[in-house]
Design a protein around this ligand. Structure first.
Ligand SMILES: NC(=O)c1ccc[n+]([C@@H]2O[C@H](COP(=O)([O-])OP(=O)(O)OC[C@H]3O[C@@H](n4cnc5c(N)ncnc54)[C@H](OP(=O)(O)O)[C@@H]3O)[C@@H](O)[C@H]2O)c1
Length: 281
């Protein structure tokens, strides 16, 4: 596994973690999801990303079961929903998450989305209080613009804003313009989500290039050169930037293995150029 640094805390985190959106929705697949997380952790993908929003807490419960007996081996990320971002709401949400996760601390706690109702300052004051009580180790945000990150840091004072979790995949490169450069400058980890474009696809934007399209054929041709799949090429590309990690979600063991094997090799400049032409920023 390769690691990148949570600069604000001098903590190393794996460059590939595990997403858990949709986990906990169906009791029939719970066992498979727990096994997938444990298998992924054993492969080095020990950063787990969940949220109170996912399956109304069901995803956190799955994660809690998966990490039983190995809490110290994982880096746990969860999120407070925008609707719970009042001062009291954040404190209560964190407590409920800890209960579902069956742990006494969260490594990184994120505001899931910007709130239309509550000021960033109010939410961050509650985050700071959670740090002081030891319930969370680090504070982050998700889907935040540069302006909102500035507001968050101003409200946090001495506590560094550790991370911004944002969409990043071949068909959504908007963070390269302002968000990633700002985060690099300020030592904020960028956690790219939906590396295969899965969520944006659900939300109506292009997902992973469909079989038979020129874009997919290009990824497959590049992959053939390295003995990798189109998905592995996409994931390798998605973690090529400094200060950035990715959190693919996978249940199938073959996908988990492919994802681990997406790193430890580098796309050559000519292949990066071909990708640049096919998936322009
Ligand atoms: N902060 C936010 O607002 C936000 C929004 C969206 C997502 N997220 C986080 O980011 C995580 C990842 O994003 P995502 O769930 O949208 O989807 P994703 O990781 O882009 O794609 C997941 C899909 O890709 C498949 N897959 C995984 N590895 C593969 C491989 N090597 N080859 C082929 N197919 C593969 C999975 O299949 P199987 O499951 O069948 O193996 C699943 O269908 C989420 O789970 C969540 O934790 C955060």
């Amino acid at each position: 596994m390769l690691y990148r640094t949570l600069v604000s805390a001098c903590v190393n985190v794996p460059v590939i973690g595990q997403g858990t959106w949709k986990f906990g929705e169906n009791p029939a697949t719970a066992g498979q999801e727990i096994e997938a997380l444990r298998f992924g952790i054993a492969q080095g993908m020990s950063l787990l990303d969940t949220a109170e929003e996912y399956a109304k807490g069901g995803s956190e419960r799955i994660v809690g079961q998966a990490i039983e007996g190995m809490r110290d081996e994982v880096f746990l990320v969860t999120k407070v929903s925008a609707r719970n971002c009042s001062y009291e709401g954040v404190l209560q949400a964190a407590e409920a998450s800890l209960e579902r996760l069956k742990t006494s601390y969260i490594d990184l706690y994120l505001q899931h989305w910007p709130s239309d109702t509550y000021e960033v300052a109010e939410t961050m004051e509650a985050m700071a209080q959670l740090v002081r009580t030891g319930m969370i180790k680090h504070v982050g945000v998700s889907n935040f613009s540069v302006k909102l990150m500035e507001q968050a840091q101003a409200a946090l004072g001495d506590i560094p804003l550790a991370c911004n979790q944002v969409a990043y995949h071949l068909n959504d490169r908007h963070i390269e313009l302002e968000i990633w450069p700002y985060c690099r400058e300020h030592g904020i980890l960028v956690m790219g989500y939906s590396p295969f474009g899965y969520a944006p696809h659900v939300f109506g934007k292009p997902g992973f290039p469909a079989a038979g399209t020129p874009e997919r054929e290009l990824l497959e041709a590049i992959g053939a050169k390295y003995g990798k799949t189109a998905y592995q090429v996409a994931l390798n590309w998605a973690i090529r930037l400094d200060g950035l990690i990715s959190i693919p979600k996978a249940v199938k063991p073959e996908h988990l293995l492919d994802n681990v094997r997406s790193i430890g090799w580098e796309l050559e400049a000519e292949d990066l150029e071909r990708i640049e032409l096919a998936f322009p920023r």
